[in-house]
Design a protein around this ligand. Structure first.
Ligand code: BGC
Length: 771
């Protein structure tokens, strides 16, 4: 790893210690304890801390910091984060006590779906390493003299949930064991720690037929309940969670599959007691509580958690369901950006799926500051790259460490591994930092070599065997249409070859940015070879693409793979693929983010609008009208009568299809970051006017400050207002549908290169040319 950022800033003297009473994964929680002395008048002590597993620290009985799920989740075999806290206000002159509670966390609780679950993935021993400094003086460190005992946490696990018995006291009657540990793995936490968001209170509650209390918090989140309750010693409160209710308010969490995702709290009794789980989270909107009559609740709240608590963009328009769709995307990002960008926060996966992350990365950077978050994820991705260049389906990748459970090395799907080119590129556009490109460039080249090696001149023919070499997820979850008239779908070879082209093209651009001229030249050669092969293999003489489906056209147009000679006819076929589907989406994970940008690019804006605003399945707004508060994994996740489709493979919180927000910001509101002046030093201005959204407005906090834009259409006249912060220039781009363009009241002629405008507020107006 080249980045100096990753060197441990702290020179560790302590040892990694493990409680000797720990009985292994899935058993009672343990803590470590030690007393330490502080002198009068000393500066506030500084704590350095990390763990194998998850930890929470208490000094003199008070919690240290408000961070959650520390030390975080990384490829633990390579690096483990440590945190640094000031203990100001927590210590006193004289005797003090520090206590570290430990849990299995991602480190050793079961991970991956039940049939393939891996236990003790990174190790079977939990432990902690701690140092406390007063100025430069080391006053405490973990070593063999610490004591240990059991916590009241009976069991906890990422998928399991958490059980707690408040009657149990903490007695430190055990010793510790010093573990063999490589200190060089400890790195400063690379991202902002996970935090609690503002609590949600129930919007409704009722008792079900068995007398269980069901609560509706109105919003699907990743998090947990916080309760304040009073009752008798030994009273038991059981918590279950669900994302949806089926017909007749059926509490349906079958889609959690192998994840228990529940909790239990046993009361100490007497005074009111407050509790929420410490080392886990669930994905839910509803909760169901079972408890004896002797329990009274003083408070029940839902606490969402996230690594990206701060929203950095908003979009409003005249269509409320579109506004809700954007909000749903924000909530899906929050709930899935917990240390790692995951597919979903509820079932027995919650993995850093690379395909999901790459299609969403552009949108992610609009909606939250993902600078460090994605940079860290890319490091995980690179660490999990195989020696043949294949990149993992998810990272941190538990399968890489346990090949014995897999028939082959399960990695290397196109559309997924391409995270190595797409994410650095989106990151560069948003944050303008070429060091990320540089750090990832060698891994990109190795990925491209891998693709070339599994290709055949250079079309990729993936195997359709799960776990087979060269396997691809293709256009995962592409709707195949109803059985009366199935819609065409792309084949895996075409999808894979398209991504072969896309990644080669991005790597070429990146080589140019980095001044890697030789590599850029080589990549240009390969790009042309793929282009020629693609044309030969997939274009008919009339300009029709082999599978004649929406994904093929969308990706081919968006990435300039349609030869000029075929442009008009291919556009005609593209139009037909939409019209024949009654303006319904025919795309899956990789086609969907490209669909509306491609239609917009080729001038089929009217179709883009129709598809976007379609309220039937498959379409973005169907789920909004079904009451979704996060983005669904499947277009058809719930039938109009509320029946749950395929509970074994269904998530109601999967951000991938929320990638459409990037189109709302960049095309509809018309503000795009550029490769020439990345990091919002310059943005292209080119709004696409969708009459049914009129008027629209957006804002985004980029690194220079706030960008605002809005347009309003009256008859054919459009008023477009843009405010750019200091440090951000705009380039008004020509648009064939706009005429009589005026800037701040003066006519301008917009050349092909566009018209440069400075930071500040501008009023742009133009007239729409009737189609
Ligand atoms: C996950 C994904 C992922 C996919 C790969 C699913 O089980 O939830 O979102 O990308 O598998 O096909």
């Amino acid at each position: 790893m080249s980045d100096t950022n990753l060197q441990s800033h702290h020179n560790w003297h302590a040892q990694m210690i493990s409680p000797s009473c720990d009985k292994g994964q899935g058993t009672r929680g343990c803590f470590l304890r030690k007393e330490f002395l502080l002198e009068e008048g000393q500066a506030a002590p500084q704590l350095f801390i990390s763990a194998l597993g998850l930890y929470r620290a208490f000094v003199n009985g008070q919690r240290v910091g408000m961070d959650l799920l520390t030390p975080g989740w990384t490829c633990y075999d390579q690096r483990i984060a440590y945190q640094e806290y000031s203990l100001e206000g927590l210590t006193q002159p004289g005797e003090n006590t520090i206590e570290i509670w430990l849990a299995d966390g991602w480190y050793r609780s079961p991970i991956m779906w039940k049939q393939n679950e891996i236990i003790n993935c990174w190790g079977d021993r939990i432990g902690a390493i701690v140092e406390i400094f007063c100025e430069d003086r080391l006053v405490l460190k973990t070593d063999h003299t610490w004591q240990a005992g059991h916590t009241p946490i009976l069991r906890s696990g990422i998928y399991y949930g958490e059980d707690y018995d408040a009657r149990l006291e903490l007695t430190a009657s055990h010793g510790v064991e010093v573990l063999d540990f490589e200190m060089s793995k400890l790195v400063p936490h690379e991202i902002a720690p996970v935090k609690e968001l503002e609590a949600l209170t129930p919007i409704d509650h009722w008792d079900d037929e068995s007398g269980r209390m069901v609560l509706d918090f109105g919003q699907n989140v990743a998090g947990y309940l916080h309760i304040q309750a009073q009752g008798n010693p030994g009273d038991r409160i059981q918590f279950e969670y669900s994302e949806v209710l089926g017909p007749d308010r059926f509490f349906d969490n079958r889609n959690y599959r192998g994840a228990r995702a529940a909790a239990e709290y046993i009361l100490k009794g007497g005074a009111p007691e407050s509790w929420s789980p410490m080392f886990t989270f669930m994905g839910y909107r509803y909760a169901r509580l079972v408890f004896p009559k002797s329990v009274t609740f003083l408070e029940v709240k839902s606490i969402p958690i996230s690594s990206v608590p701060q929203v950095t963009a908003g979009f409003t328009c005249s269509e409320p369901s579109v506004e809700r769709l954007v909000l749903n995307t924000i909530w899906s990002q929050r709930g899935n950006f917990i240390e790692v960008p995951t597919d979903c926060p509820q079932r027995d996966e919650r993995l850093g799926w690379t395909g999901d992350a790459q299609v969403f990365s552009g949108t992610a950077c609009w909606l939250a500051d993902c600078n460090q978050f994605l940079r860290k994820y890319l490091r995980d991705l690179m660490h999990d790259q195989r020696s043949n260049g294949a990149l993992p389906h998810f990272t941190p990748d538990p399968t890489r460490l346990h090949p014995e459970q897999y028939r082959s090395d399960w990695a290397g799907s196109t559309g997924w591994g391409d995270a190595i080119t797409v994410i650095p590129w989106q990151h560069y556009l948003h944050y303008g930092d070429a060091t990320v490109l540089k750090e990832c460039f060698p891994a990109m080249l190795r990925w491209l070599d891998y693709l070339w090696n599994i290709s055949d001149g250079p079309i990729i023919h993936p195997t359709n065997k799960w776990f087979g070499e060269g396997f691809t997820f293709g256009d995962w979850l592409q709707p195949s249409g109803d059985n009366r008239k199935p819609r065409p779908t792309i084949a895996d070879d075409c999808a894979a070859t398209l991504y072969h082209f896309i990644s080669t093209q991005l790597a070429k651009k990146i080589a140019q940015v980095l001044g890697e001229d030789e590599a850029a030249e080589k990549l240009t050669g390969k790009l042309e070879e793929i282009r020629t092969a693609f044309e030969r293999e997939y274009f008919s003489l009339s300009g029709r693409l082999a599978h004649n489906d929406q994904t093929s056209y969308a990706l081919a147009f968006l990435y300039d793979l349609v030869p000029d000679a075929h442009f008009e006819s291919a556009k005609g076929y593209f139009r037909k693929s939409i019209e024949n589907a009654n303006y319904l989406i025919g795309t899956g994970f990789i086609g969907t983010p490209a669909l509306l940008p491609a239609l917009t690019k080729v001038g089929l804006l009217d179709l883009a609008e129709k598809v976007f605003l379609n309220r039937e399945v498959p379409g973005w707004l169907y789920q909004v009208e079904r009451g979704a508060t996060t983005i669904w994994e499947r277009w058809d996740a719930m039938a109009p009568d509320g029946t749950i489709y395929s509970p074994e493979m269904n998530s109601y919180n999967h951000y991938a299809y929320g990638a459409v927000c990037q189109w709302l910001f960049e095309q509809v509101a018309g503000i795009s970051p550029t490769a020439e002046k990345p990091g919002f030093n310059e943005v292209q201005l080119n709004p696409q006017i969708l009459p049914n959204l009129n008027p629209i407005s957006m804002w985004h906090d980029c690194r220079h400050g706030r960008i605002e834009a809005r347009w309003e259409k009256k008859e054919q006249q459009v008023d477009y207002r843009v405010t750019l912060p200091a440090g951000c220039q705009g380039r008004l781009m020509p648009n064939a549908l706009h005429q009589h363009v005026q800037l701040n009241g003066n006519p301008v002629s917009v050349s092909l290169e566009g018209h440069l405008i400075n930071a500040g507020s501008h009023q742009i107006s133009f007239e729409l040319i009737a189609a």
